[in-house]
Design a protein around this ligand. Structure first.
Ligand SMILES: Cc1cc2nc3c(=O)[nH]c(=O)nc-3n(C[C@H](O)[C@H](O)[C@H](O)COP(=O)(O)O)c2cc1C
Length: 366
């Protein structure tokens, strides 16, 4: 696969992705929930924030290195969990994981990966975490946890904002179906949710949600493993004490890239209130709309310890395979270093709200 020479930013990968990929898969990857208001808000909110640099800071020995849950990271950037990489590349998650290793980037493998999680771990020396959904049967959840432990995964990330699928009209209009040969292979044989009830009761509440998880299930999961357990998809500071009481080791501020509940706020707009509630007790991550190194600086300035990217990984994988993902990650890492240098922040720890202009403006919560 040849990456066009004008591909110099994540937006360029997105443009080439749209030009190349067939409409059904494009709708699945790019499509947000309902009217796409939250997906757009994720971007708009970053664009509204302005940086306020310090000039001539001492940048000798500057580094973007950081530590997260005891793990050393060259950059405060992880590949977030996205399903079915085989939709856009024959090697699927194996290619993504190798690109992660080449660029020394951490990767969170989706529960809905299209390659066995053991094979992904074997293909990559990069630190891997596993994302999972609490399954209707606890035994099935435990099977996934034990497989992740045995394969050397270093953390578990439980997604809590998708107990039911969002209203995915864009996919529905495009008639998206998983093609033959692409499946959630790590969930095969698991007990499904209760069948949708035809007459008696609601297909949502008595069907899909008959076994919906609660915070008690997160507490249960934390007791089942020595791996750190993070929750992904928290937007309301009122849920922070519940997460901490359950024993989580980290929190991901996420709205699933606007793919679950439409019209919730942009993640960067709620980050600071959540950071205040967490008060440094566990690491805080953010995803949703990160497309530039400056976006990473803004997220760190408002309290995140690291960020994750979703769609850009699939864009780059579709356009350039393994090399495309490695190139895209390098672009973002370099942009982050440039943004740190030009704002006068020699370390990740030096990035704080003083680097943002208009501290009373949207997103800053000040
Ligand atoms: C095609 C696609 C598939 C996704 N699959 C999952 C998934 O399996 N599990 C999960 O927790 N999040 C999933 N997400 C959400 C991402 O982890 C992440 O929250 C979101 O993409 C971040 O926003 P961004 O795409 O603007 O970077 C998916 C996102 C996309 C675009």
């Amino acid at each position: 696969m040849r990456v066009p020479p004008d591909t110099v930013s994540l937006a360029d990968y997105e443009r080439h992705f749209h030009a190349r990929i067939e409409p059904g898969i494009r709708a699945y990857i790019a499509g947000a929930a309902a009217d796409g208001i939250t997906q757009q808000a994720n971007r708009d909110a970053f664009d509204r924030l302005r940086l306020l640099p310090r000039a001539l800071a001492d940048l000798r020995g500057a580094t973007a290195h950081t530590t997260l849950l005891g793990q050393s990271l060259d950059y405060p950037l992880l590949i977030g969990p996205t399903a079915f990489h085989k939709l856009v590349d024959a090697d699927g998650e194996l290619a993504t994981a190798q690109a992660a290793a080449l660029t020394r980037t951490g990767m969170v493998v989706s529960a809905q990966a299209s390659v066995p999680l053991e094979a992904i771990a074997a293909s990559s020396p990069s630190p891997l975490w596993l994302q999972l959904y609490l399954q209707p049967a606890r035994d099935d959840t435990l099977t996934l946890v034990r497989r992740a432990e045995n394969a050397g995964y270093q953390a578990l990330m439980v997604t809590i904002d998708a107990v039911v699928s969002g209203v995915r009209n864009i996919e529905q209009r495009a008639g998206f179906r998983l093609p033959d040969g692409v499946a959630a292979v790590n969930l095969q044989g698991f007990r499904p949710n209760a069948p949708v009830v035809a007459r008696a009761g609601s297909p949502v509440f008595q069907g899909m949600l008959a076994n919906a998880p609660t915070w008690d299930d997160i507490a249960w999961l934390c007791r089942q493993t020595t791996l750190p357990v993070l929750v992904k998809g928290l937007l309301n500071p009122a849920d922070v004490p519940r997460a901490l009481d359950a024993g989580v080791a980290g929190i991901v501020v996420s709205n699933h890239g606007g793919r679950t509940l439409d019209t919730v706020p942009a993640t960067i707009d709620v980050l600071q209130t959540i950071a205040n509630a967490v008060a440094g007790r566990v690491p805080l991550l953010l995803d949703g709309g990160i497309r530039r190194g400056t976006d990473i600086v803004k997220a760190l300035a408002l309290g995140a310890n690291a960020v994750m990217i979703g769609q850009p990984v699939l864009h780059a994988l579709a356009v350039g395979g393994l090399a495309g993902v490695a190139h895209m990650l390098t672009i973002l890492q370099t942009e982050l270093e440039i943004a740190m240098a030009l704002t006068g922040a020699p370390t990740v720890e030096a990035i704080d709200a003083s680097l943002l202009w208009n501290p009373g403006g949207p997103g800053t919560g000040l």
